[in-house]
Design a binder for this molecule. Sequence first.
Ligand code: G3P
Length: 499
Amino acid sequence: MSKYIAAIDQGTTSTRCILFNQQGNIVSVGQKEHEQIYPKPGWVEHNPTEIWKNTLEVIALARIHVSAHASDIAAVGITNQRETTVVWNKRTGKPYYNALVWQDTRTTDLVAKYEKEGGLNQFRDITGLPVSTYFSGLKLKWLLDNVEGIREDAEKGEAIFGNMDTFLIWHLTGGTQGGIHVTDVTNASRTQLMNLRTLQWDKSMLAAYNIPEIMLPAIKSSSEIYGYSDHEVLPGVPVAGDLGDQHAALVGQTCFEPGMAKNTYGTGCFLVMNTGTELKTSENGLLTTISYKFGDQPVQYALEGSVAVTGALVQWLRDNLGLIQNSSDIEPLAQTVEDNGGAYFVPAFSGLYAPYWRNDARGVVAGLTRYVNKGHIARAVLEATAYQTADVVKAMEQDSGIKLASLRVDGGMVHNQLLMQFQSDILNTQVVSPAVAETTALGAAYAAGLAVGYWKSTDDLKKNWAIAHTWNPDMPEEKRDAYYKGWKKAVTKSYEWID
Ligand code: G3P
């Protein structure tokens, strides 16, 4: 039996390849960052060709570290930043334009137009999503309407669309020599073009956004053999798992029962709760989406609270203001003060996502006095992550009727003790992190491993999950309420910045 499962995690800031063993432990990692391209305020792009080259490099790196032969790898699973949109030519493999990243707000005017015509929630019943700059459908419409040649070539069947999962699978399985053009139900659910009930592209959505169906990938389950890599870095290895990164983290955290939830602290924060085979609509600004679908088994639905900017705010403090040198410097700086000194930072850089869905919002710092110093700002930056998560948890509890007994967390920011303790305090809930912190890649590995029989069932996976750290709430109710009230007030100050 092969020793490892490979996972490719194509994230917003970097691409990684991780090899996992049977116990779900990491045996090797290759990682490479890619350029963030900001051509105009609100525009965020990636170069898909750079990302494909990085993918090949990180696979090779991961293999070299443990001298893994291709035959040591039973299967490869892909997980990816969701919604990020690419159109490329199927004869040349060349993208027509940079990838429009999920955070990109260039479709704000289009959102306003649809809002005027039918309201932001007009497609929620079909897709589970509000009209927003966030999802792929409007990004794809923008490319079709604004980049010369795309619509014409799409109608001829030559220009094809995909999120990063589709782009990488197409290249891995042959590219111009016959690459496979597929996606999975989780990624498809974030395009706003898929019908959540039929799990097929929805004709009325394609008509509403004027998108030719011929350019869309086939929708598959999250765990099955889609094809085989014909690339020399992974010759003959089955490509057998595909999950959007937040769905993959849910799987990596083994949240297989209805009511189980995880929160991933990355560029943004994404809290996903498994709702089982039942499709739940949200009354409180959450998204209805898909947890996963393993092969022929029934689809599992989810509720999600997506927050656009959390870790990205720390990066902004580092890169745009130079207030810290490394992201990890934020914690010692925040520890120089007792509290936020009255300052609140609302990082509405891409508008506000769940539960507010305000495309018109932009970032604000509120509550400043001369007392406030950089320690307070650092603290306000970290607290913004915890408050935004609290907003989502409250909405989740209302929608599901389930009070979270404990929150499973993962992602880069869980190493920040101050933030995790504050998170537990502000939620008044236990917060737990797992022994294998790379839950996103692990989830993709699990999906691929299940498809080829490397793991037999989800019971095998559950046995691999263990707690690394627990944070327990320790804040008087009065203080918690006063802090949260301050946050809610600050949020309202970010509204109506864009007409
Ligand atoms: O919806 C966007 C999300 O999938 C991006 O995740 O971890 O790449 O920031 P991440």
